[in-house]
Design a protein around this ligand. Structure first.
Ligand SMILES: [Zn+2]
Ligand SMILES: [Zn+2]
Length: 216
């Protein structure tokens, strides 16, 4: 990276907005998370050397996929359904792993007007004028996040001990209930049967939840 060159150009912001569909504060937070990833571990290239573990499935992840290059298809994007704006990036190339989590006051407090419009949004009582104003405020907040110092948005925390790794090409097996092919590493053994997750759930009705069936 050339000194003085911004890591994220305006063109990259525009690409992220086009990919996601709008400019919102969540996407802006994702763009800034991507900026940290690019600075610390670099971009996931055709070597697939950078992986991201994301603890949310919200807007920000679109920016991470596009700008860092970590995707489900490459096996370099892992989703943990924790509902946290937290991201772990790891690089096989430089051996570095970082976990960042958004600060509770990232982006500053919402104005009363913005809060009131959010409330209307939830109640589905927005007028066309409300909607227009809401998106003006959303865009302004997103722009402020794009311009804010990184340290006001994210804090670095201890990365998890277990790092995401690509499993390589999966070995497939046949679910003995539905007959559909399923990656062996995702199949469950219930009694003497090898089952896919949904079938294991069905065979287990009234018993323990799916997640308690041991992974094979
Ligand atoms: Zn969004
Ligand atoms: Zn099945």
């Amino acid at each position: 990276m050339v000194a003085g060159t911004p890591v994220i150009s305006e063109e990259m912001v525009e690409q992220a907005v086009a990919f996601h569909g709008h400019l919102c504060p969540g996407l802006a937070m994702g763009i800034r998370a991507a900026e940290i990833a690019l600075l610390e571990v670099g971009r996931c290239t055709e070597e697939w050397e950078v992986a991201a573990q994301v603890e949310t499935d919200m807007c920000a992840v679109d920016a991470i996929q596009l700008l860092v290059g970590c995707t489900f298809g490459r096996g370099t994007l892992m989703h943990l359904d924790y509902g946290k704006n937290a991201y772990t990036f790891t690089s096989r190339a430089n051996g570095k792993t970082i976990r960042i989590v958004s600060k509770p006051d990232a982006g500053g407090p919402l104005s009363d007007e913005h809060l009131a419009l959010w409330q209307k949004m939830r109640e589905r009582t927005m007028t066309p004028e409300d909607k227009k104003r809401f998106w003006q405020l959303q865009n302004a907040r997103a722009r402020a996040i794009l311009d804010a110092p990184l340290e006001s948005l994210y804090q670095f925390t201890q990365p998890p001990a277990l790092l995401p790794r690509r499993n390589g090409s999966p070995v497939y097996t046949c679910c003995e209930a539905c007959g559909e092919m399923v990656a062996r590493s995702k199949a469950r053994t219930v009694g003497d049967k090898t089952l896919c997750v949904p079938c294991a759930g069905r065979s287990n009705q009234g018993g323990s939840p799916i997640d308690s069936i041991p992974l094979q």
